[in-house]
Design a protein around this ligand. Structure first.
Ligand code: FUL
Length: 459
């Protein structure tokens, strides 16, 4: 855990006073804001890392790159967004500015941008093209604006906060609806000392785009999952406490599991790249994640009460590499094959199969829930969802199946939250039993599903 130099009591009071933290306390429960539920329901979202690094082969540019090297001659945002849409991604988060300071839009406040690139004779705007392509395709759009800027001369002085806010305002006011703003706390060891005015940045986003969720290590709306490997905690609470935290200053292990007793609703976002690097490097063309690996990421993120933000980096031509496209399309096909048919379809338990989080059955420690499957059914995947509108309550449970006339354990698990997916060896049965071992009061089980995994999951 890195040390946070600020005053944690001040932060806490500030968050309460400003209303920036977002969550509402309903009786004993910490519950989400509508924008947080809408975000979580997107499930699979795409990250796009694109900048001068795409042309230099670096992961972190140093800010001295000439804008002249940015020339994606075949750039086609519509094509990339269509491919993402086909692969089931519902939000695109673009690196409008990475640590090198190069802006993918023609910012008024710096010369270090596409306006000084040969691409489209300096008239291009990557942010606009992606934002418009997303709008046309019905996808949501968001951006990453790196606070660490290795190009701008004001970095390290108080003036930088004004510069950053000017850029933030440009992005928040010129490109339509923004669904997510990504605040990255990363900073190199050689970086100048700089105190970011995160609360000022966050207040601006709330004012100008109230439906946007803000990501950082410390929220305020969604949090980093604590690693870049694509693993949400096997136990994953959507609640945490942020006292003593700031973007770039948090305990990854804490972020990974969340905190049963946390007093803020800040669910985990799992950001991970389809390749070893965040930016495209041709030497990694044979290291694109396999379909089975991608599907597993889905189980480890969405299936553990998180959301998948999968990075697919464009090549210097300004298009996705064909291998990446093949993999994401196949990824979706496998997920569709697995989850298209819920083999649990009992009419008397419609609340569990109606796709509405707000209809549910209650589970308590005292009363295990028996689920009749009707016929004998064979399956190897289980899905559970809680009605997160009323908070997150399940802490530990077991599922048994009827084998002849004996109950046998099928799965033991901890949190559910928005979604829990469980892989089991195939079993055939007519009856299941869910027992709550530990919970925060009555659990509101909103969905239950059993599925037969597509062969593609194992290839
Ligand atoms: C990190 C950055 O330093 C990486 O380059 C990348 O953008 C990743 C998503 O966040 O903090």
């Amino acid at each position: 855990m890195r040390n946070y130099p600020g005053n944690s009591v001040f932060i806490f009071l500030f968050l309460i006073a400003s209303g920036i933290s977002g969550p509402t306390q309903s009786q004993d429960w910490v519950t989400p804001e509508p924008r947080q539920v809408a975000w979580q329901q997107l499930e699979t979202t795409a990250f796009i890392h694109f900048t001068v690094n795409t042309f230099t082969g670096k992961e972190w540019g140093d800010g001295t790159e000439s804008p002249e090297i940015f020339n994606p001659v075949d750039f086609d945002a519509q094509k990339m967004v269509e491919q993402l849409k086909k692969a089931g991604f519902r939000l695109v988060v673009l690196t409008a500015k990475h640590h090198d300071g190069f802006c993918l839009w023609p910012s008024k406040y710096t010369e270090h941008s596409v306006k000084n690139s040969p691409w489209k004779n300096g008239k291009g705007d990557v942010v606009r093209e992606f934002a418009e392509a997303c709008r046309e395709a019905g996808l949501k759009f968001g951006f990453y604006l790196s606070p660490w800027d290795r190009n701008h001369p004001s970095y390290g002085t108080a003036d930088y906060n004004e510069f950053y806010k000017n850029q933030l305002r440009e992005l928040l006011t010129s490109y339509g609806d923004i669904a997510e703003v990504w605040f990255d706390g990363a900073k190199g060891k050689d970086a100048k000392n700089m105190t970011y005015d995160f609360y000022g940045y966050w207040a601006m986003v709330r004012e100008l785009q109230p439906d946007a969720v803000m990501f950082s290590d410390a929220g305020p709306d969604v949090r980093w999952v604590g690693n870049e490997k694509g693993n949400a905690g096997a136990t994953c609470w959507s609640t945490i406490d942020t006292v003593g935290m700031a973007p770039g200053v948090a305990d990854p292990a804490y972020l990974n599991t969340g905190d049963r007793n946390g007093n803020l609703w800040i669910p985990a976002e799992t950001d991970v790249s389809i390749r070893p690097g965040w930016f495209y490097h041709p030497e990694e063309d044979d290291q694109v994640r396999s379909v089975a690996n991608l599907v597993n990421l889905y189980y480890q993120s969405v299936g553990r009460n998180s959301l998948l933000l999968l990075n697919i980096p464009p090549t210097p031509k300004g298009l996705f590499h064909e291998t990446d496209v093949e993999r994401i399309l196949e990824f979706r096909k496998v997920l569709d094959e697995t989850f298209s048919e819920n083999l649990f379809a009992r009419a008397n338990l419609t609340p569990l199969i109606d796709d509405d989080l707000q209809t549910y059955i209650e589970l308590t420690k005292e009363k295990p829930q028996i689920l009749e499957l009707g016929d004998m059914v064979s399956f190897d995947r289980i899905l559970l969802q809680e009605n997160i509108w009323n908070g997150q309550r399940m802490a530990e449970f077991s599922i048994e199946y009827m084998d002849g006339d004996a109950w046998r354990t099928l799965a033991e698990s901890t949190t559910i939250g928005y979604k829990r997916l469980i892989k089991i060896d195939e079993v055939t049965t007519q009856r299941l039993r869910i027992s709550t071992i530990d919970s925060k009061g009555k659990v509101q089980l909103a969905a239950f599903g059993i599925y037969k995994a597509s062969a593609g999951e194992f290839e």
